[in-house]
Design a protein around this ligand. Structure first.
Ligand code: NAI
Length: 254
C-alpha cells in the first residue's frame, strides 16, 4: 500500500498494542510520517522488534513495556514519554484482547473482568493520563473500538460491551475537551488480518473463509488500511472531526 503523504514531523505519537497487527502497522506508519513514536505494549520482546523496524527505516522510537490495565504502568510510560521527547501530540489507544466465543451465561466472571480491564479500563486509564499532557498545545486521540462497538455479535457480549463502552467514553470525553484543541475519536475496524483474527478464526483456510463471509467486500482488511485511517483522523485535514466513531469495515456492519 502507498502511504498518503502526511507530515507528523516534530510530533510525538503514543501507540498501545504496538507489537502486533493494527498497532504495529500504525506505529510504523506514524514513524514513516515523521513522528517520534512511543511503542507501548505488554509484550516486552515485541516492543523491541517494533522499535527496531522503525529505526531501521530511519525513524525514532521509544519502546516501553506497559500493561494498560495498570494505572502505575500507564502513568510511568507517559512520564517517560515526556522525559524523553518533551511532549505528547497523538495517542492511539489500541491495545485489546478478544473474547472466547460463548453465550453470555457461559462467560466466566474472570473472562468478563479481564476483557473489560484491557479493552475498556485500559482506554480510560490511557486517556486520563494523556489528556493533561496535551492541554497546553492540543492533540489528537484515537481509540480502537470495533464493529462490535456498533452492533451485537453472537457469542461476543463481553467484548461488545467493552467496545460499545469505548464509543460512549470517546464521545463524552470528546465533548469535555472539544474547546481545548484536543480531538478525541474512535475507529471501528471490521475483520482485519492480524494475529488476533488468526486466533479468533483458528487460522485455517476454512476458519478464515468463515470470517471473510461476513465481509461484503469479500476479503479481510489489512492493518495498513486501519493505520492509514488513524493517521488521517489525527491529521490537520480532519480538524473538524470530534467524537466520531469511524467504521472502517468493508461493509461488514452496513
Ligand atoms: P493483536 O492481538 O494482533 O494485537 C493486540 C496488541 O495488544 C498486542 O500487541 C498485545 O500484546 C497488546 N496487548 C494485549 N493486552 C495488553 C495490555 N494489557 N497492555 C498493553 N498491551 C496489550 O490484535 P489486533 O487485531 O491488532 O487488534 C488491535 C485492536 O483492534 C484491539 O483493540 C482489537 O480489539 C481491535 N479490533 C481488531 C479487529 C480485527 O479484526 N483484528 C476488528 C475490530 C477491532
Amino acid at each position: 500500500m502507498t502511504d498518503v503523504d502526511y507530515n507528523f514531523t516534530g510530533k510525538v505519537a503514543f501507540v498501545t498494542g504496538a507489537t502486533s497487527g493494527i498497532g504495529r502497522a500504525t506505529a510504523l506508519a506514524f514513524a514513516r510520517a515523521g513522528a517520534r513514536v512511543v511503542v507501548a505494549d505488554i509484550n516486552a520482546d515485541g516492543i523491541e522488534e517494533t522499535a527496531r523496524r522503525i529505526e531501521q527505516n530511519g525513524g525514532t522510537a521509544l519502546p516501553i513495556r506497559c500493561d494498560v490495565t495498570d494505572e502505575d504502568d500507564v502513568r510511568a510510560a507517559l512520564d517517560q514519554t515526556i522525559q524523553t521527547f518533551g511532549r505528547l501530540d497523538v495517542a492511539f489507544n489500541n491495545a485489546g484482547i478478544e473474547q472466547p466465543v460463548a453465550p453470555l451465561a457461559d462467560i466466566s466472571v474472570d473472562d468478563w473482568d479481564r476483557i473489560l480491564a484491557v479493552d475498556l479500563r485500559g482506554v480510560f486509564l490511557c486517556m486520563k493520563h494523556q489528556i493533561p499532557l496535551m492541554s497546553e498545545h492540543g492533540g489528537s486521540i484515537v481509540n480502537t473500538s470495533s464493529g462490535a462497538g456498533v452492533k451485537g455479535f453472537r457469542g461476543q457480549s463481553a467484548y461488545a460491551a467493552a467496545k460499545h463502552g469505548i464509543i460512549g467514553l470517546t464521545k463524552s470525553a470528546a465533548l469535555d475537551y472539544a474547546a481545548t484543541g484536543i480531538r478525541i475519536n474512535a475507529i471501528c475496524p471490521g475483520i482485519i488480518d492480524t494475529e488476533m483474527m488468526d486466533r479468533f478464526s483458528g487460522g485455517t483456510p476454512e476458519g478464515r473463509q468463515q470470517v471473510i463471509d461476513q465481509e461484503p467486500i469479500g476479503r479481510m482488511g489489512t492493518p495498513d488500511e486501519i493505520a492509514g485511517t488513524v493517521l488521517w483522523l489525527c491529521s490537520d485535514p480532519a480538524a473538524f472531526i470530534i467524537g466520531h466513531a469511524l467504521v472502517v469495515d468493508g461493509g461488514q456492519t452496513t
